[in-house]
Design a protein around this ligand. Structure first.
Ligand SMILES: [Ca+2]
Ligand SMILES: [Ca+2]
Ligand SMILES: [Ca+2]
Ligand SMILES: [Ca+2]
Ligand SMILES: [Zn+2]
Length: 377
């Protein structure tokens, strides 16, 4: 081979190898600082989650509170977590809410919430740290981008930024809205149904889709059933059965009790899958009145996770979902994020990367609530 050909061949090989590596890094190679989280298989069981949350709440009782917001049909506690400075007081700081697992077979949502909680409480007392030991401090925040061009993505986020968010906001997390469904690895909860309208004395089937059980515009199904029936079940044997009446389930009641008794400004409800960021409405093609704000916050989330932003009804029309209710009833800027490319990825690294990237999303959302709060105040 002549020298010139050699050089060209080497260059071609370099492009072949380096090109795909360089492009594949976007959002896929996130590295969690070794001091925080040791991944151990993709998913916690409900029992493991409970143990983990109790341990974190005990060890970080100055900034983390763990409490029950309800009990499921099978007797499991629905846990809520609050993280803030002076955590046992309501200080009038901007409030945000993160939720996972309305659907029991969509497990990554719980992991995103759990690892976010762990990251927050374990970072709070850390001094600013050069996580990657390169002599530069906090040079690469969790935003899916290699800000310092060192080939690693998001390897050295700012500890003081996390601390300031915890000090300035009140962060609520319900990692597992539907623990019975999660334990059974099924979409719905496990409660017995007594016919489609609850009038049958005998048990006719089991399970309600929690994310069809919220009360906003619930009765519209009788106006235009053809629009909704593909994705909102009126029959009790449907896998998307919405229950006999609004807020019939312990799970939707639990979320309602938390939301009704606080002043949440932004909320994220995690589902799988589709790599989508969805804002209300799900019940109509009309845009929400806050479309400009929904899209500007949504685009910033999309800059971090590279997901596609659209109105919820674009996925399919739904009645009774959590985000329509939070926005319609309380004016909360409520998003559904459809994580990943499958319901339950089995690869721990895939789940780990989803979690890390959405820790970045969640931090942004807290920051956003803080900014909005200052604008309002
Ligand atoms: Ca560094
Ligand atoms: Ca750092
Ligand atoms: Ca970097
Ligand atoms: Ca970064
Ligand atoms: Zn879902």
């Amino acid at each position: 081979m002549k020298p010139l050909f050699k050089i060209i061949a080497v260059c071609c090989l370099a492009v072949l190898f380096l090109g795909p590596i360089a492009t594949a890094q976007k959002g896929s190679q996130a590295t969690i600082p070794a001091t925080t989280i040791a991944p151990s298989g993709p998913y916690h069981t409900y029992e493991n989650m409970t143990t983990m949350l109790q341990g974190l709440a005990t060890n970080h009782s100055d900034i983390m509170e763990l409490y029950s917001i309800g009990t499921t049909y099978e007797g499991r506690t629905i846990w809520a977590v609050k993280i803030s400075d002076n955590v046992h007081e309501e200080e009038g700081e901007p409030q945000v809410l993160f939720m996972g697992v309305h659907h029991g077979n969509e497990k990554p949502g719980a992991e995103v919430c759990l690892r976010f909680i762990q990251y927050l409480v374990e970072t709070y007392h850390m001094p600013d740290t050069d996580n990657d030991h390169d002599g530069k401090l906090n040079e690469d925040p969790i935003d899916g981008v290699d800000n310092d061009h060192d080939g690693l993505i998001d390897e050295d986020p700012s500890e003081s930024y996390v601390r300031s968010l915890i000090n300035d906001t009140e962060i609520f997390v319900i990692p597992m809205v539907n623990p019975d469904g999660y334990a059974a690895d099924q979409r719905e909860n496990k409660e017995p149904n007594h016919g489609s309208f609850g009038l049958n004395p005998f048990v006719t089937s089991y399970g309600v889709d929690i994310n069809r059980n919220y009360g906003y515009k619930w009765f519209r199904i009788f106006l235009t059933p053809q629009l909704y029936l593909g994705s909102t079940g009126i029959r009790d044997y449907s896998t998307v059965y919405r229950g006999p009446h609004p807020f019939s389930t312990a799970e939707a009641q639990a979320v309602r009790s938390l939301v009704d008794s606080h002043n949440i400004s932004i909320a994220i409800s995690y589902h799988t899958y589709g790599q989508e960021i969805l804002y209300p409405w799900g019940y109509t093609r009309l845009p929400p009145r806050d479309i400009t704000t929904f899209r500007s916050i949504g685009k910033n989330i999309s800059h971090i996770d590279s997901y596609v932003l659209s109105q919820s009804i674009g996925l399919y029309p739904t009645l009774g979902d959590a985000c329509d209710w939070m926005y319609g009833e309380h004016g909360i800027m409520a998003y559904t994020i459809e994580l990943g490319t499958s319901f339950e990825p089995t690869n721990s690294q895939v789940v780990h990367d989803l979690c890390w990237l959405h820790i970045g999303v969640n931090l942004y959302v807290c920051d956003c609530a803080r900014t909005m709060g200052h604008q309002l105040g």
